[in-house]
Design a protein around this ligand. Structure first.
Ligand code: GLN
Length: 603
Protein backbone atom coordinates (compact mmCIF):
# COMPACT_ATOMS: atom_id res chain seq x y z
CA UNK A 1 0.00 0.00 0.00
CA UNK A 2 1.95 2.98 -1.31
CA UNK A 3 1.01 5.99 -3.43
CA UNK A 4 2.39 6.53 -6.93
CA UNK A 5 6.03 7.37 -6.68
CA UNK A 6 5.76 10.97 -7.75
CA UNK A 7 3.34 12.38 -5.16
CA UNK A 8 4.89 14.60 -2.52
CA UNK A 9 3.01 15.41 0.68
CA UNK A 10 2.76 18.58 2.74
CA UNK A 11 1.09 18.05 6.10
CA UNK A 12 -0.40 21.01 7.96
CA UNK A 13 -1.17 20.72 11.65
CA UNK A 14 -2.42 23.42 13.99
CA UNK A 15 -1.51 24.33 17.53
CA UNK A 16 -2.53 26.39 20.58
CA UNK A 17 -6.08 27.31 19.54
CA UNK A 18 -8.45 26.37 16.75
CA UNK A 19 -9.73 28.80 14.17
CA UNK A 20 -6.33 30.16 13.15
CA UNK A 21 -6.97 29.63 9.47
CA UNK A 22 -5.29 26.33 8.63
CA UNK A 23 -7.59 25.96 5.66
CA UNK A 24 -6.65 29.35 4.29
CA UNK A 25 -2.98 28.61 4.95
CA UNK A 26 -3.21 25.27 3.14
CA UNK A 27 -5.03 26.89 0.24
CA UNK A 28 -2.48 29.73 0.04
CA UNK A 29 0.42 27.30 -0.03
CA UNK A 30 -1.38 25.28 -2.68
CA UNK A 31 -1.93 28.44 -4.72
CA UNK A 32 1.80 29.11 -4.66
CA UNK A 33 2.54 25.70 -6.16
CA UNK A 34 -0.36 25.31 -8.56
CA UNK A 35 1.36 26.78 -11.59
CA UNK A 36 3.66 23.84 -12.22
CA UNK A 37 2.15 21.11 -10.10
CA UNK A 38 -1.06 19.18 -9.89
CA UNK A 39 -2.19 20.08 -6.40
CA UNK A 40 -4.62 17.98 -4.36
CA UNK A 41 -5.87 18.87 -0.89
CA UNK A 42 -7.08 16.39 1.72
CA UNK A 43 -8.83 17.54 4.88
CA UNK A 44 -9.00 15.29 7.94
CA UNK A 45 -11.75 15.96 10.48
CA UNK A 46 -11.80 14.14 13.80
CA UNK A 47 -15.54 14.22 14.43
CA UNK A 48 -17.73 11.14 14.13
CA UNK A 49 -20.25 12.69 11.77
CA UNK A 50 -19.85 11.08 8.38
CA UNK A 51 -19.79 14.52 6.82
CA UNK A 52 -20.57 18.03 8.07
CA UNK A 53 -23.91 18.09 6.19
CA UNK A 54 -25.95 17.69 9.33
CA UNK A 55 -23.89 20.03 11.53
CA UNK A 56 -25.30 23.47 12.33
CA UNK A 57 -23.12 26.08 10.57
CA UNK A 58 -22.79 27.99 13.82
CA UNK A 59 -20.83 25.02 15.17
CA UNK A 60 -18.63 24.29 12.24
CA UNK A 61 -18.92 27.03 9.63
CA UNK A 62 -20.73 26.72 6.34
CA UNK A 63 -21.20 23.37 4.65
CA UNK A 64 -19.50 23.37 1.27
CA UNK A 65 -20.94 21.34 -1.61
CA UNK A 66 -18.82 19.83 -4.37
CA UNK A 67 -19.64 18.96 -7.98
CA UNK A 68 -20.12 15.31 -7.05
CA UNK A 69 -22.76 16.28 -4.47
CA UNK A 70 -20.61 15.68 -1.38
CA UNK A 71 -21.14 17.91 1.60
CA UNK A 72 -17.71 18.78 2.93
CA UNK A 73 -15.82 21.01 5.32
CA UNK A 74 -15.79 24.70 4.44
CA UNK A 75 -12.03 24.57 3.95
CA UNK A 76 -12.77 23.03 0.58
CA UNK A 77 -14.19 26.40 -0.39
CA UNK A 78 -10.76 27.92 0.27
CA UNK A 79 -9.02 25.13 -1.62
CA UNK A 80 -11.23 25.44 -4.68
CA UNK A 81 -11.15 29.22 -4.75
CA UNK A 82 -7.47 29.79 -4.10
CA UNK A 83 -5.90 26.73 -5.70
CA UNK A 84 -8.41 26.64 -8.53
CA UNK A 85 -9.14 22.92 -8.20
CA UNK A 86 -12.41 21.00 -8.26
CA UNK A 87 -12.34 18.77 -5.19
CA UNK A 88 -14.02 15.41 -4.57
CA UNK A 89 -15.95 14.24 -1.54
CA UNK A 90 -13.46 11.49 -0.72
CA UNK A 91 -10.82 14.16 -0.04
CA UNK A 92 -12.62 15.03 3.18
CA UNK A 93 -11.62 12.17 5.48
CA UNK A 94 -13.74 12.28 8.62
CA UNK A 95 -13.31 9.92 11.54
CA UNK A 96 -16.99 9.07 10.99
CA UNK A 97 -16.20 7.73 7.50
CA UNK A 98 -13.13 5.85 8.72
CA UNK A 99 -14.88 4.13 11.62
CA UNK A 100 -17.94 3.34 9.53
CA UNK A 101 -15.77 1.58 6.97
CA UNK A 102 -13.94 -0.38 9.65
CA UNK A 103 -17.08 -1.43 11.47
CA UNK A 104 -18.75 -2.46 8.20
CA UNK A 105 -15.65 -4.47 7.22
CA UNK A 106 -15.53 -6.09 10.63
CA UNK A 107 -19.13 -7.28 10.31
CA UNK A 108 -18.34 -8.68 6.88
CA UNK A 109 -15.56 -10.70 8.44
CA UNK A 110 -12.82 -8.94 6.50
CA UNK A 111 -10.46 -8.91 9.48
CA UNK A 112 -10.30 -12.71 9.50
CA UNK A 113 -10.50 -13.28 13.21
CA UNK A 114 -8.05 -10.57 14.22
CA UNK A 115 -8.70 -8.05 16.99
CA UNK A 116 -9.58 -4.75 15.30
CA UNK A 117 -7.49 -1.98 16.83
CA UNK A 118 -6.85 1.74 16.56
CA UNK A 119 -3.31 0.95 15.47
CA UNK A 120 -2.83 -0.55 12.93
CA UNK A 121 -6.37 -0.85 11.58
CA UNK A 122 -7.64 2.69 11.93
CA UNK A 123 -4.35 4.25 10.88
CA UNK A 124 -4.13 1.82 7.96
CA UNK A 125 -7.57 2.84 6.78
CA UNK A 126 -6.60 6.52 6.99
CA UNK A 127 -3.39 5.91 5.03
CA UNK A 128 -5.21 3.76 2.48
CA UNK A 129 -7.56 6.64 1.76
CA UNK A 130 -4.72 9.17 1.50
CA UNK A 131 -2.63 7.00 -0.82
CA UNK A 132 -5.63 6.19 -2.96
CA UNK A 133 -6.38 9.88 -3.48
CA UNK A 134 -2.73 10.65 -4.29
CA UNK A 135 -2.60 7.82 -6.82
CA UNK A 136 -6.00 8.30 -8.43
CA UNK A 137 -5.50 12.02 -8.84
CA UNK A 138 -1.85 11.64 -9.86
CA UNK A 139 -1.15 14.57 -7.55
CA UNK A 140 2.30 16.13 -7.65
CA UNK A 141 1.71 17.80 -4.32
CA UNK A 142 -0.86 16.42 -1.91
CA UNK A 143 -1.70 18.67 1.02
CA UNK A 144 -3.00 16.95 4.13
CA UNK A 145 -4.63 19.39 6.50
CA UNK A 146 -5.35 17.87 9.90
CA UNK A 147 -8.33 19.58 11.49
CA UNK A 148 -8.38 20.64 15.13
CA UNK A 149 -5.41 21.34 17.34
CA UNK A 150 -2.44 19.21 18.31
CA UNK A 151 -3.25 17.63 21.66
CA UNK A 152 -6.90 16.99 20.79
CA UNK A 153 -7.82 13.38 21.33
CA UNK A 154 -9.91 13.54 18.18
CA UNK A 155 -7.07 13.95 15.71
CA UNK A 156 -4.39 11.78 17.32
CA UNK A 157 -4.93 8.95 14.87
CA UNK A 158 -4.55 11.22 11.87
CA UNK A 159 -1.30 12.50 13.31
CA UNK A 160 -0.13 8.96 13.90
CA UNK A 161 -1.06 8.04 10.32
CA UNK A 162 1.02 10.83 8.79
CA UNK A 163 3.93 9.89 11.04
CA UNK A 164 3.76 6.40 9.57
CA UNK A 165 3.53 7.81 6.04
CA UNK A 166 6.89 9.52 6.51
CA UNK A 167 8.45 6.19 7.38
CA UNK A 168 6.83 4.45 4.46
CA UNK A 169 7.68 6.92 1.69
CA UNK A 170 10.80 8.49 3.16
CA UNK A 171 11.46 12.00 4.45
CA UNK A 172 12.35 13.46 1.04
CA UNK A 173 8.74 13.26 -0.09
CA UNK A 174 6.97 14.68 2.93
CA UNK A 175 7.13 18.06 4.61
CA UNK A 176 5.53 18.88 7.95
CA UNK A 177 4.30 22.42 8.51
CA UNK A 178 2.68 23.76 11.65
CA UNK A 179 0.40 26.74 12.24
CA UNK A 180 0.59 28.26 15.69
CA UNK A 181 -0.57 31.31 17.56
CA UNK A 182 1.51 33.98 19.24
CA UNK A 183 -0.42 35.91 21.86
CA UNK A 184 0.60 39.46 22.69
CA UNK A 185 0.35 40.22 26.36
CA UNK A 186 -1.49 43.45 26.95
CA UNK A 187 0.65 46.07 28.64
CA UNK A 188 4.06 44.77 27.65
CA UNK A 189 3.09 44.38 23.99
CA UNK A 190 5.42 41.40 23.84
CA UNK A 191 4.88 38.47 21.46
CA UNK A 192 4.88 35.26 23.46
CA UNK A 193 6.21 31.96 22.22
CA UNK A 194 5.50 29.61 25.11
CA UNK A 195 2.19 28.19 23.80
CA UNK A 196 3.92 27.51 20.48
CA UNK A 197 6.79 25.75 22.23
CA UNK A 198 4.26 23.59 24.08
CA UNK A 199 2.43 22.64 20.92
CA UNK A 200 5.65 21.74 19.08
CA UNK A 201 6.63 19.56 22.06
CA UNK A 202 3.35 17.70 21.74
CA UNK A 203 3.99 17.15 18.06
CA UNK A 204 7.53 15.99 18.74
CA UNK A 205 6.23 13.50 21.28
CA UNK A 206 3.97 12.15 18.56
CA UNK A 207 7.06 11.69 16.38
CA UNK A 208 6.55 14.67 14.12
CA UNK A 209 9.19 17.35 13.64
CA UNK A 210 7.89 20.29 11.62
CA UNK A 211 10.41 22.03 9.41
CA UNK A 212 8.45 25.20 8.90
CA UNK A 213 6.18 27.04 11.28
CA UNK A 214 3.62 29.72 10.52
CA UNK A 215 2.97 32.03 13.43
CA UNK A 216 -0.41 33.72 13.45
CA UNK A 217 -0.14 37.07 15.13
CA UNK A 218 -1.56 40.59 14.94
CA UNK A 219 1.87 41.86 13.96
CA UNK A 220 4.91 40.77 12.04
CA UNK A 221 7.31 38.63 14.02
CA UNK A 222 10.23 40.39 15.65
CA UNK A 223 13.74 39.04 15.07
CA UNK A 224 13.96 38.08 18.75
CA UNK A 225 10.83 35.99 18.67
CA UNK A 226 11.95 34.23 15.48
CA UNK A 227 15.24 33.37 17.18
CA UNK A 228 13.49 32.12 20.25
CA UNK A 229 11.05 29.91 18.37
CA UNK A 230 13.89 28.61 16.23
CA UNK A 231 15.91 27.71 19.30
CA UNK A 232 13.16 26.07 21.32
CA UNK A 233 11.28 24.41 18.51
CA UNK A 234 14.22 23.16 16.51
CA UNK A 235 13.20 24.99 13.34
CA UNK A 236 15.56 27.06 11.20
CA UNK A 237 15.14 30.77 11.82
CA UNK A 238 14.15 31.62 8.26
CA UNK A 239 11.47 28.92 8.42
CA UNK A 240 9.71 30.73 11.26
CA UNK A 241 7.16 32.51 9.12
CA UNK A 242 4.99 35.43 9.99
CA UNK A 243 1.29 34.76 9.34
CA UNK A 244 -0.10 38.18 10.05
CA UNK A 245 -3.76 39.06 10.24
CA UNK A 246 -4.63 40.33 6.80
CA UNK A 247 -7.77 41.97 5.57
CA UNK A 248 -8.32 39.47 2.83
CA UNK A 249 -7.03 35.96 2.43
CA UNK A 250 -5.67 36.63 -1.04
CA UNK A 251 -3.05 38.83 0.57
CA UNK A 252 -1.54 35.89 2.40
CA UNK A 253 -0.07 34.42 -0.75
CA UNK A 254 1.96 37.53 -1.31
CA UNK A 255 2.91 37.73 2.36
CA UNK A 256 4.27 34.18 2.31
CA UNK A 257 5.95 34.56 -1.07
CA UNK A 258 7.89 37.52 0.29
CA UNK A 259 9.20 35.34 3.10
CA UNK A 260 10.48 32.71 0.71
CA UNK A 261 7.87 30.07 1.54
CA UNK A 262 7.18 29.06 -2.07
CA UNK A 263 10.86 28.69 -2.89
CA UNK A 264 11.42 26.64 0.25
CA UNK A 265 8.60 24.19 -0.53
CA UNK A 266 9.90 23.81 -4.07
CA UNK A 267 13.49 23.15 -3.10
CA UNK A 268 12.70 20.96 -0.11
CA UNK A 269 10.41 18.68 -2.12
CA UNK A 270 12.38 19.02 -5.32
CA UNK A 271 9.53 20.55 -7.28
CA UNK A 272 9.77 22.60 -10.40
CA UNK A 273 10.35 26.32 -9.63
CA UNK A 274 7.40 28.57 -10.31
CA UNK A 275 6.79 31.81 -8.46
CA UNK A 276 3.48 33.57 -8.29
CA UNK A 277 1.91 34.37 -11.63
CA UNK A 278 1.73 37.99 -12.69
CA UNK A 279 -1.98 38.14 -12.92
CA UNK A 280 -2.25 36.62 -9.49
CA UNK A 281 -0.08 39.38 -8.20
CA UNK A 282 -2.37 41.83 -9.88
CA UNK A 283 -5.38 40.39 -8.14
CA UNK A 284 -3.52 40.28 -4.88
CA UNK A 285 -2.67 43.95 -5.14
CA UNK A 286 -6.14 44.87 -6.20
CA UNK A 287 -7.53 42.94 -3.32
CA UNK A 288 -5.19 44.71 -0.97
CA UNK A 289 -6.21 48.07 -2.34
CA UNK A 290 -9.80 47.13 -2.02
CA UNK A 291 -9.78 45.69 1.42
CA UNK A 292 -7.22 47.74 3.29
CA UNK A 293 -9.39 50.73 3.77
CA UNK A 294 -8.09 51.42 7.21
CA UNK A 295 -4.59 52.05 5.98
CA UNK A 296 -2.99 54.60 3.69
CA UNK A 297 -0.80 54.46 0.65
CA UNK A 298 0.14 57.27 -1.72
CA UNK A 299 -0.24 56.94 -5.51
CA UNK A 300 -2.61 54.01 -5.34
CA UNK A 301 -4.54 55.20 -8.32
CA UNK A 302 -1.40 55.27 -10.39
CA UNK A 303 -0.45 51.78 -9.31
CA UNK A 304 -3.85 50.48 -10.11
CA UNK A 305 -4.22 52.09 -13.50
CA UNK A 306 -0.74 50.92 -14.49
CA UNK A 307 -1.59 47.45 -13.31
CA UNK A 308 -4.78 47.40 -15.27
CA UNK A 309 -2.97 48.53 -18.39
CA UNK A 310 -0.30 45.90 -18.00
CA UNK A 311 -0.04 43.52 -15.06
CA UNK A 312 3.74 43.36 -15.36
CA UNK A 313 3.91 47.09 -14.55
CA UNK A 314 3.00 46.24 -11.04
CA UNK A 315 6.47 44.92 -10.44
CA UNK A 316 7.86 48.41 -10.97
CA UNK A 317 5.87 49.80 -8.07
CA UNK A 318 6.31 49.39 -4.44
CA UNK A 319 3.62 46.98 -3.30
CA UNK A 320 0.75 48.61 -1.51
CA UNK A 321 1.22 48.00 2.15
CA UNK A 322 -0.72 50.66 3.86
CA UNK A 323 -3.48 52.60 2.33
CA UNK A 324 -6.58 54.53 2.96
CA UNK A 325 -8.97 54.96 0.23
CA UNK A 326 -11.72 57.37 1.03
CA UNK A 327 -14.16 55.38 -1.00
CA UNK A 328 -17.87 55.74 -0.68
CA UNK A 329 -18.64 52.24 0.52
CA UNK A 330 -21.11 50.02 -1.17
CA UNK A 331 -23.32 48.80 1.65
CA UNK A 332 -24.31 45.17 1.27
CA UNK A 333 -26.29 43.22 3.86
CA UNK A 334 -26.45 39.47 4.30
CA UNK A 335 -29.62 38.68 6.24
CA UNK A 336 -29.72 35.26 7.81
CA UNK A 337 -29.97 33.38 11.04
CA UNK A 338 -26.55 31.81 11.57
CA UNK A 339 -24.91 35.17 12.19
CA UNK A 340 -23.15 34.28 15.41
CA UNK A 341 -20.40 32.81 13.27
CA UNK A 342 -19.20 34.77 10.26
CA UNK A 343 -17.97 31.58 8.67
CA UNK A 344 -21.56 30.45 8.24
CA UNK A 345 -21.68 32.40 4.99
CA UNK A 346 -18.00 32.41 4.03
CA UNK A 347 -18.59 31.63 0.36
CA UNK A 348 -21.22 34.35 0.00
CA UNK A 349 -18.79 36.90 1.42
CA UNK A 350 -16.01 35.72 -0.91
CA UNK A 351 -18.30 35.82 -3.93
CA UNK A 352 -19.14 39.48 -3.15
CA UNK A 353 -15.44 40.26 -2.98
CA UNK A 354 -14.65 38.43 -6.23
CA UNK A 355 -17.38 40.31 -8.06
CA UNK A 356 -16.20 43.63 -6.62
CA UNK A 357 -12.60 43.15 -7.72
CA UNK A 358 -13.76 42.31 -11.21
CA UNK A 359 -16.03 45.29 -11.42
CA UNK A 360 -13.11 47.43 -10.41
CA UNK A 361 -10.90 45.92 -13.08
CA UNK A 362 -13.48 46.14 -15.81
CA UNK A 363 -14.42 49.74 -15.17
CA UNK A 364 -11.12 50.98 -13.81
CA UNK A 365 -13.00 52.58 -11.00
CA UNK A 366 -12.85 51.85 -7.34
CA UNK A 367 -15.42 50.23 -5.25
CA UNK A 368 -15.39 48.99 -1.76
CA UNK A 369 -18.04 46.62 -0.48
CA UNK A 370 -18.93 47.11 3.13
CA UNK A 371 -20.55 43.84 4.16
CA UNK A 372 -22.91 43.73 7.13
CA UNK A 373 -24.41 40.65 8.71
CA UNK A 374 -27.95 41.05 9.96
CA UNK A 375 -29.58 38.54 12.26
CA UNK A 376 -33.20 38.27 11.14
CA UNK A 377 -34.47 37.00 14.44
CA UNK A 378 -33.79 40.52 15.73
CA UNK A 379 -36.86 41.53 13.76
CA UNK A 380 -39.12 38.91 15.21
CA UNK A 381 -41.55 39.40 17.97
CA UNK A 382 -42.82 35.86 17.71
CA UNK A 383 -41.57 32.95 15.67
CA UNK A 384 -43.17 31.35 12.64
CA UNK A 385 -44.73 32.77 9.60
CA UNK A 386 -47.27 35.41 10.60
CA UNK A 387 -46.75 38.76 8.93
CA UNK A 388 -48.14 40.75 11.79
CA UNK A 389 -45.59 39.41 14.24
CA UNK A 390 -42.70 41.34 12.79
CA UNK A 391 -41.36 44.65 13.64
CA UNK A 392 -41.76 46.48 10.35
CA UNK A 393 -40.39 49.78 11.59
CA UNK A 394 -37.29 47.92 12.79
CA UNK A 395 -36.78 46.35 9.39
CA UNK A 396 -37.10 49.68 7.63
CA UNK A 397 -34.67 51.31 10.02
CA UNK A 398 -32.14 48.56 9.69
CA UNK A 399 -32.31 48.13 5.92
CA UNK A 400 -32.88 51.59 4.59
CA UNK A 401 -29.20 52.45 4.16
CA UNK A 402 -28.28 49.33 2.18
CA UNK A 403 -27.61 49.30 -1.54
CA UNK A 404 -28.15 45.57 -1.91
CA UNK A 405 -29.31 42.69 0.28
CA UNK A 406 -28.68 38.96 0.06
CA UNK A 407 -30.88 36.34 1.71
CA UNK A 408 -28.72 33.22 1.77
CA UNK A 409 -29.47 29.60 2.50
CA UNK A 410 -31.07 28.28 5.66
CA UNK A 411 -32.97 25.40 7.21
CA UNK A 412 -35.93 24.88 9.52
CA UNK A 413 -38.68 27.29 10.46
CA UNK A 414 -36.84 29.72 12.71
CA UNK A 415 -36.38 33.10 11.10
CA UNK A 416 -38.57 32.45 8.07
CA UNK A 417 -41.11 35.16 8.81
CA UNK A 418 -38.45 37.80 9.41
CA UNK A 419 -36.79 37.05 6.11
CA UNK A 420 -40.10 37.21 4.26
CA UNK A 421 -40.68 40.66 5.71
CA UNK A 422 -37.19 41.72 4.68
CA UNK A 423 -37.89 40.58 1.11
CA UNK A 424 -41.15 42.50 1.09
CA UNK A 425 -39.29 45.64 2.10
CA UNK A 426 -36.70 45.09 -0.64
CA UNK A 427 -39.34 44.53 -3.26
CA UNK A 428 -41.42 47.52 -2.27
CA UNK A 429 -38.45 49.85 -1.90
CA UNK A 430 -36.69 48.68 -5.04
CA UNK A 431 -33.53 47.65 -3.25
CA UNK A 432 -31.49 45.04 -5.16
CA UNK A 433 -32.19 41.57 -3.82
CA UNK A 434 -30.31 38.35 -4.43
CA UNK A 435 -31.99 35.29 -2.97
CA UNK A 436 -30.08 32.06 -2.64
CA UNK A 437 -31.80 28.72 -2.14
CA UNK A 438 -34.00 29.35 0.91
CA UNK A 439 -33.76 33.01 -0.15
CA UNK A 440 -35.52 32.13 -3.39
CA UNK A 441 -38.15 29.98 -1.71
CA UNK A 442 -39.01 32.86 0.61
CA UNK A 443 -39.03 35.30 -2.29
CA UNK A 444 -41.70 33.14 -3.91
CA UNK A 445 -43.71 32.94 -0.68
CA UNK A 446 -43.51 36.70 -0.21
CA UNK A 447 -44.73 37.31 -3.74
CA UNK A 448 -47.53 34.78 -3.38
CA UNK A 449 -48.73 36.33 -0.14
CA UNK A 450 -48.35 40.01 -0.75
CA UNK A 451 -48.82 40.35 -4.51
CA UNK A 452 -51.01 37.40 -5.47
CA UNK A 453 -53.10 37.54 -2.31
CA UNK A 454 -52.43 33.90 -1.38
CA UNK A 455 -52.21 34.99 2.23
CA UNK A 456 -51.67 31.51 3.65
CA UNK A 457 -48.80 30.74 1.29
CA UNK A 458 -45.97 28.94 3.04
CA UNK A 459 -43.43 26.16 2.90
CA UNK A 460 -43.98 22.65 4.15
CA UNK A 461 -40.48 22.83 5.61
CA UNK A 462 -42.11 24.22 8.78
CA UNK A 463 -43.66 20.78 9.29
CA UNK A 464 -40.22 19.31 9.83
CA UNK A 465 -40.13 21.27 13.10
CA UNK A 466 -43.76 20.88 14.09
CA UNK A 467 -46.04 18.32 12.49
CA UNK A 468 -49.10 19.88 14.07
CA UNK A 469 -48.78 22.99 11.91
CA UNK A 470 -50.85 23.49 8.80
CA UNK A 471 -49.66 24.92 5.52
CA UNK A 472 -52.81 25.75 3.62
CA UNK A 473 -51.12 26.93 0.46
CA UNK A 474 -47.82 25.08 0.10
CA UNK A 475 -46.20 27.19 -2.60
CA UNK A 476 -42.94 25.57 -1.52
CA UNK A 477 -43.11 21.86 -0.88
CA UNK A 478 -40.98 18.76 -0.70
CA UNK A 479 -39.36 17.48 -3.88
CA UNK A 480 -41.14 14.36 -5.10
CA UNK A 481 -37.89 12.39 -4.79
CA UNK A 482 -37.62 13.52 -1.16
CA UNK A 483 -41.01 12.20 -0.06
CA UNK A 484 -39.68 8.80 0.93
CA UNK A 485 -36.35 9.91 2.33
CA UNK A 486 -36.00 9.18 6.02
CA UNK A 487 -32.31 9.84 6.67
CA UNK A 488 -31.21 13.44 7.01
CA UNK A 489 -27.52 13.04 6.12
CA UNK A 490 -26.51 13.35 2.48
CA UNK A 491 -30.10 12.98 1.31
CA UNK A 492 -30.80 16.37 -0.22
CA UNK A 493 -30.67 17.21 -3.91
CA UNK A 494 -26.96 17.84 -4.06
CA UNK A 495 -24.17 18.77 -6.42
CA UNK A 496 -23.55 20.29 -9.81
CA UNK A 497 -26.48 20.20 -12.20
CA UNK A 498 -27.67 21.82 -15.40
CA UNK A 499 -30.11 24.71 -15.30
CA UNK A 500 -32.14 25.62 -18.36
CA UNK A 501 -32.62 29.38 -18.82
CA UNK A 502 -35.39 31.30 -20.54
CA UNK A 503 -33.81 33.38 -23.27
CA UNK A 504 -35.95 36.44 -22.65
CA UNK A 505 -34.86 36.66 -19.01
CA UNK A 506 -32.44 38.97 -17.25
CA UNK A 507 -30.63 35.91 -15.89
CA UNK A 508 -29.98 34.69 -19.42
CA UNK A 509 -28.49 37.99 -20.47
CA UNK A 510 -26.33 38.09 -17.31
CA UNK A 511 -24.88 34.64 -17.90
CA UNK A 512 -24.48 35.36 -21.59
CA UNK A 513 -22.59 38.53 -20.84
CA UNK A 514 -20.07 36.53 -18.86
CA UNK A 515 -19.83 33.82 -21.50
CA UNK A 516 -21.30 31.13 -19.30
CA UNK A 517 -24.15 29.86 -21.45
CA UNK A 518 -23.75 26.43 -23.01
CA UNK A 519 -25.43 25.44 -26.21
CA UNK A 520 -29.12 24.96 -25.57
CA UNK A 521 -29.36 27.81 -22.99
CA UNK A 522 -27.86 25.81 -20.14
CA UNK A 523 -25.66 26.83 -17.22
CA UNK A 524 -24.09 24.66 -14.55
CA UNK A 525 -24.57 25.39 -10.86
CA UNK A 526 -24.31 23.58 -7.53
CA UNK A 527 -27.35 22.63 -5.46
CA UNK A 528 -28.20 21.73 -1.89
CA UNK A 529 -31.89 21.62 -1.10
CA UNK A 530 -34.89 19.46 -0.31
CA UNK A 531 -37.83 21.74 -1.12
CA UNK A 532 -39.01 23.23 -4.40
CA UNK A 533 -41.53 25.62 -5.89
CA UNK A 534 -44.94 24.00 -6.25
CA UNK A 535 -45.95 23.97 -9.92
CA UNK A 536 -49.61 24.38 -8.99
CA UNK A 537 -49.03 28.05 -8.10
CA UNK A 538 -46.72 29.06 -10.91
CA UNK A 539 -49.34 30.27 -13.37
CA UNK A 540 -50.93 32.58 -10.83
CA UNK A 541 -47.61 34.10 -9.88
CA UNK A 542 -46.53 34.55 -13.47
CA UNK A 543 -49.79 36.30 -14.25
CA UNK A 544 -49.02 38.69 -11.40
CA UNK A 545 -45.65 39.59 -12.97
CA UNK A 546 -43.07 37.16 -11.58
CA UNK A 547 -40.82 35.53 -14.19
CA UNK A 548 -39.56 32.03 -13.52
CA UNK A 549 -36.45 32.39 -15.60
CA UNK A 550 -34.78 29.01 -15.15
CA UNK A 551 -35.67 25.41 -14.46
CA UNK A 552 -34.24 21.90 -14.23
CA UNK A 553 -32.81 20.33 -17.34
CA UNK A 554 -36.06 18.49 -18.06
CA UNK A 555 -38.11 21.65 -17.58
CA UNK A 556 -40.09 20.22 -14.67
CA UNK A 557 -38.98 22.27 -11.65
CA UNK A 558 -38.41 25.97 -11.29
CA UNK A 559 -34.87 26.98 -10.29
CA UNK A 560 -34.65 30.70 -10.83
CA UNK A 561 -36.95 33.67 -10.59
CA UNK A 562 -36.86 37.38 -11.24
CA UNK A 563 -39.18 40.33 -11.08
CA UNK A 564 -38.94 42.34 -14.29
CA UNK A 565 -40.63 45.39 -12.76
CA UNK A 566 -37.88 45.70 -10.13
CA UNK A 567 -34.32 47.00 -10.74
CA UNK A 568 -32.81 43.72 -9.49
CA UNK A 569 -34.90 41.07 -7.82
CA UNK A 570 -33.29 37.78 -8.72
CA UNK A 571 -33.30 34.57 -6.74
CA UNK A 572 -32.03 31.10 -7.49
CA UNK A 573 -32.56 27.65 -6.02
CA UNK A 574 -28.85 26.90 -6.43
CA UNK A 575 -25.71 28.31 -4.82
CA UNK A 576 -23.81 30.52 -7.26
CA UNK A 577 -21.36 31.43 -4.49
CA UNK A 578 -19.96 27.90 -4.44
CA UNK A 579 -18.43 28.18 -7.89
CA UNK A 580 -17.23 31.76 -7.63
CA UNK A 581 -13.49 32.46 -7.75
CA UNK A 582 -11.36 35.56 -8.02
CA UNK A 583 -10.57 34.63 -11.61
CA UNK A 584 -14.19 33.85 -12.47
CA UNK A 585 -16.74 35.47 -10.18
CA UNK A 586 -20.29 34.16 -10.22
CA UNK A 587 -22.30 36.04 -12.88
CA UNK A 588 -25.30 36.58 -10.61
CA UNK A 589 -23.05 38.17 -7.99
CA UNK A 590 -21.48 40.43 -10.59
CA UNK A 591 -24.89 41.57 -11.73
CA UNK A 592 -26.01 42.04 -8.14
CA UNK A 593 -22.97 44.24 -7.40
CA UNK A 594 -23.66 46.28 -10.53
CA UNK A 595 -27.28 46.77 -9.50
CA UNK A 596 -26.23 47.71 -5.97
CA UNK A 597 -23.81 50.29 -7.36
CA UNK A 598 -26.63 51.80 -9.38
CA UNK A 599 -28.68 51.96 -6.23
CA UNK A 600 -25.81 53.63 -4.39
CA UNK A 601 -25.51 56.26 -7.10
CA UNK A 602 -29.18 57.04 -6.95
CA UNK A 603 -29.68 57.46 -3.23
N1 GLN B 1 -34.20 24.47 3.54
C1 GLN B 1 -34.37 24.64 2.14
C2 GLN B 1 -34.43 23.31 1.40
O1 GLN B 1 -33.99 22.31 1.91
C3 GLN B 1 -33.29 25.51 1.58
C4 GLN B 1 -31.95 24.89 1.64
C5 GLN B 1 -30.85 25.86 1.44
O2 GLN B 1 -31.04 27.06 1.60
N2 GLN B 1 -29.66 25.37 1.16
O3 GLN B 1 -34.87 23.25 0.29
Amino acid sequence: MKPNSKSKFIVITGGVVSGLGKGVLTASLGAMLKKNNKVVAIKCDGYLNTDPGTINPVEHGEVFVLDDGSEVDMDFGHYERLIGIRAKGSWNITMGKVYKQILDDERLGKYLGRTVQLIPHVTDEIKRRMYKIATEEAGDVVFIEIGGTVGDMENELFIEAVRQIRNEIGPARILFAHLSYLPIVEGSGEQKSKPTQASIKLLNQAGIYPEIIFCRCDRKLTTEIRKKISLHCNIEENKVISNMNVENMNLLIEHFAEQGVGAFMESRLDLERSGVKENELLYVCLASILFSRKKRIPNTLKILSDAIAEPANLEAHEKPQSLTWPLPPLRIAICGKYMKLRDSYASVREAILHASVHRMLARKSFLSPDIHYIEVSDFEKKDLAQNSCYNEAGIAEKLSGFHGVIIPSGFGSRGLGGKIQVIRYLREHKIPFLGICLGMQLGVIEFARNVCGIVKAGTTEVLSDDHALQVEDPVIHLLEEQNHVTELGGSMRLGRKRVLLKEESLAYSIYKNFGEIEQGSFVHERFRHRYEVNNAYIKKMEEAGLLFSGCTEDGSIVQLMELPSHPFFVACQYHPELLSTLEKPAPLFQAFIEASLNKAKNV
